[in-house]
Design a protein around this ligand. Structure first.
Ligand code: PEP
Ligand code: MG
Length: 765
């Protein structure tokens, strides 16, 4: 096959497979198309049934039909098993002569000599094996191998979509009722929740419209009629408006749109679906999807281009339908909020008490929304890439945010088990309450001051209630995110004053605006190709001294009479940035003192250690600042070169990584050598397993989400400093994050702290 042909064929197969309504149909399309494209006698797909350790023949072109769904092989059997075990291609000219060949009479395969088997891998796991066979003895070419490998890599996602760990229905014949499915994501904020799904979809996003039954068919038809009418009017107006600026051929699209909107065209198809019982939005999605798939498969490039026009038209109809619909926004008790991405701003506007859990297809454990969800104590799973959002409206769901698992339409047995676990959870939370009034002092008498991270008022309230010794990180960007414009100086002063006065007589570390990367302001979007390495934190504020100064001035004014303000600069990379920031601070301090006619104590100034360059210049920074605070969320991302928001690499992002632990150990020693206090305010401080290691390293304070304070305090009250130091010494000798984690877990399990080990609170299914 020529390369361009291959590409074209690959693209077509992947599109057809994507468009298939079920896994069974997708697999049929796959085997038929591949057999045709490769001119092979047989193409089969075997999927791994993990519970039974068998490869099940799920689809085949060329083998006997009766064998499909009925033939299976143990994972250690046959050539299929060999491909799975080796996780690599097996290419044989005379398969029956191979020692692993097993004769399966049900398949009628004795007549096939050549064999090419390719593993279907998804996130390092074997999902199944694709096999090509021919009667003629031949060694398959390298081109054939790479065609199949490429195809399997692309198709593995589709298979995973239905077959994700534990999706037992894959191995049953398709049934009509809702089926139990399990999805794997990344654990965000701990906890267990049972409830019903409410889908939060961005306005006019066709893909995320759920299937739903129409409550009243005539109302849905009427809504559609009005929406189509409105879109027609919009298009006519657009056409008229563009008359002077677009040529008539360019405006031809508008008449295409109007023809598509003719009563006998798309609206007729959509109405037919509504009459079958679909709600209008779902019917629009289905009809547009159907046409998009047909267009996408066309060989003609011009027609393929029309796909985006069709989608555009669909979105326009949808937008009008959605303005008329408000029902999907109801967040009642025990809501499991589901969406592709949920912004921090959208989250905090909701009735928080009713949200039992959050599940998103995008994002990773330390994205901003997750940090806020954690503060609010809402179990959260993110990066559930395979979750079929549009089919989940009102579905019964269990979220196990310890394991990052989501169970859709769970069976009774699982529901009962999780209800029990939830009860235990509530009990643990009750037991932890006694630690609200205790001090974080180890059994051998070492005090470890615990601070709280804040942003919302609820953090302040919970922080005070849980006995925080101060605020170790006030994320000042959070109030900025909740507004529709940059807040003015007076507005900011009032917000900061609240934070400072709730912790009067205790230090409050206020970080200057840290936007960019995943912290977007709704009114100031920074779109960058590589935003984590881009215009963020201090880089942004030094380019906008007016924004920086209004914030500093507001902080200084808010601190009058309280004198507990500390200022923290985020994303510092170089000494010159600190010098510039200090220059602005001193200038603002003099100006505010003069304006207010009061003496204001100059706040202590610190920098966040997030960028690895700082680790090599502690001596120079020590001359400029009063304290350091490690932002481990970002430091890990930059030291390990792993995006903290990318679920695909979530397993690489670990605060147990030996490089992180070793870097921090050295860092603390060096800071103490220069007599500078050092704190850690990333999520690592809130995990009891790492908190005790940080304590052993000598961190002066730890700052964490209010939801973690009691757990960490309990750990500190139970782990003598001498034990923590021993553990640290041991883990510093290990080179594997998982081994490090299990070593500490073992200690916890054997020292009365088993309830702090997350894996103790989960169900294995
Ligand atoms: C960090 O990077 O560890 C940190 C505390 O800052 P943020 O999570 O807000 O980026
Ligand atoms: Mg950070």
């Amino acid at each position: 096959m020529a390369n361009t042909m291959q590409l074209e064929t690959l693209r077509r197969i992947v599109q057809e497979v994507d468009a298939s309504p079920s896994l069974h149909e997708a697999l049929d399309v796959m085997v038929n198309q591949v057999a045709e494209a490769m001119d092979a006698d047989v193409c089969s797909v075997y999927l791994l049934d993990e519970r039974n350790h068998r490869y099940v023949l799920m689809a085949s072109h060329g083998l006997k039909l009766e064998a499909v769904g009925n033939v299976s092989l143990d994972t250690s059997e046959g050539l299929v098993g060999l491909v799975g075990q080796r996780e690599e291609i097996v290419n044989l000219e005379h398969a029956p002569k191979h020692e692993r060949f097993i004769y399966l009479p049900e398949t009628g395969e004795e007549v096939f000599n050549s064999f090419l088997g390719v593993p279907i891998m998804y996130r390092r796991k074997v999902m199944g094996v694709m096999v090509i066979q021919n009667q003629e003895s031949q060694h398959f070419s390298e081109a054939a191998e790479s065609f199949l490998v490429t195809l399997c890599a692309q198709l593995s996602g589709v298979i995973a979509h239905a077959h994700v760990v534990g999706n037992i229905d894959v191995f049953r014949k398709p049934s009509s009722g809702p089926s139990y499915q399990t999805y794997q994501g990344v654990a965000g904020a701990d906890g267990i929740a049972l409830g019903r799904a409410v889908i939060l979809y961005p306005a006019a996003d066709l893909n995320s419209i759920p299937d739903r039954e129409a409550e009243d068919i005539s109302i849905e038809l009427e809504l559609l009629g009005k929406a189509v009418f409105a879109v027609r009017e919009d298009i006519k107006n657009l056409d008229a408006k563009m008359q002077d600026s677009l040529m008539s051929e360019e405006r031809a699209l508008f008449s295409v749109f109007l023809r598509m909107l003719d009563d006998n065209a798309l609206p007729a198809e959509i109405s037919a679906l509504i009459r079958e019982g679909h709600w209008a939005q779902g019917a629009v999605r289905r009809v547009i999807e159907k046409h998009v798939n047909i267009f996408a498969q066309m060989e003609d490039g011009y027609l393929r281009e029309r796909v985006s026009d069709l989608k555009d038209l669909g979105r326009r109809i949808l937008a009008h339908l959605q303005t008329a619909d408000t029902s999907h926004k109801e967040i009642t008790e025990d809501t499991i909020l589901i969406g592709e991405e949920i912004s921090t701003a959208a989250l905090v506007e909701m009735p928080i008490g009713n949200i039992a859990a959050i599940v998103t297809t995008e994002g990773a454990a330390n994205s901003h929304m997750v940090i806020v969800a954690r503060a609010l104590g809402i179990p959260t799973v993110v990066g559930v890439t395979e979750l079929p959002i549009s089919t989940l409206d009102d579905a019964e769901i269990i979220v196990d945010a310890y394991q990052g698992r989501v169970f859709v339409h769970p069976p009774r047995r699982l529901r009962t088990r999780y209800k029990e676990i939830k009860k235990d959870e509530d009990q643990i939370a009750k037991d932890l309450k006694q630690y609200e009034t205790k001090s974080a002092i180890t059994p051998d008498g070492v005090a470890m001051p615990l601070f709280v991270n804040t942003g919302l008022m609820i953090d302040v309230v919970r922080g005070v209630q849980r006995g925080a010794k101060g605020v170790g990180l006030y994320r000042s960007e959070i109030p900025f995110m909740l507004r529709e414009r940059f807040p003015g100086e007076e507005e900011q002063r009032a917000i900061y004053r609240q934070q400072l006065s709730h912790f009067a007589n205790k230090p409050v570390v206020m970080r200057t605006l840290d936007i960019g990367a995943d912290k977007d302001l709704p009114y100031f979007s920074i779109e960058e190709e590589n935003s984590a390495l881009g215009w963020r934190g201090i880089r942004f504020t030094l380019d906008h001294p007016e924004i920086f100064s209004s914030q500093i001035r507001a902080m200084l004014k808010a601190s009058i009479g309280l004198n507990n303000l500390h200022i923290l600069l985020p994303m510092i990379t170089s000494v010159s940035e600190v010098e510039e920031a200090l220059y602005l601070l001193d200038r603002d301090l003099s100006a505010v003192q003069e304006e207010e006619q009061v003496k204001i104590t100059r706040p202590k100034v610190g920098i966040m250690i997030e960028v690895p360059s700082i680790l090599l210049q502690i001596d120079e920074f020590s001359e400029l600042v009063d304290f350091f605070s490690v932002g481990s969320n970002d430091l890990i991302q930059y030291l390990l070169a792993v995006d903290r928001n990318n679920p695909r690499v979530a397993s690489v992002y670990s605060h147990f990584h030996p490089a992180i632990l070793r870097a921090l150990t050295k860092l603390v020693k060096e800071c103490h050598q220069y007599d500078k206090p050092i704190s850690l305010c990333g999520e690592m401080a809130g995990d009891p397993l790492t908190a005790i290691l940080l304590m052993a390293m000598g961190f002066n304070t730890l700052s964490m989400s209010s939801s973690n304070i009691l757990r960490v305090r309990k750990a500190i009250c139970h782990v003598p400093m001498t034990d923590a130091q021993d553990l640290l010494e041991q883990v510093l000798k290990l080179n594997n994050p998982l081994m490090i984690k299990s070593l500490i877990e073992h200690y916890f399990r054997t020292h009365g702290l088993a309830d702090m080990v997350k894996s103790n609170r989960t169900v294995t299914v």
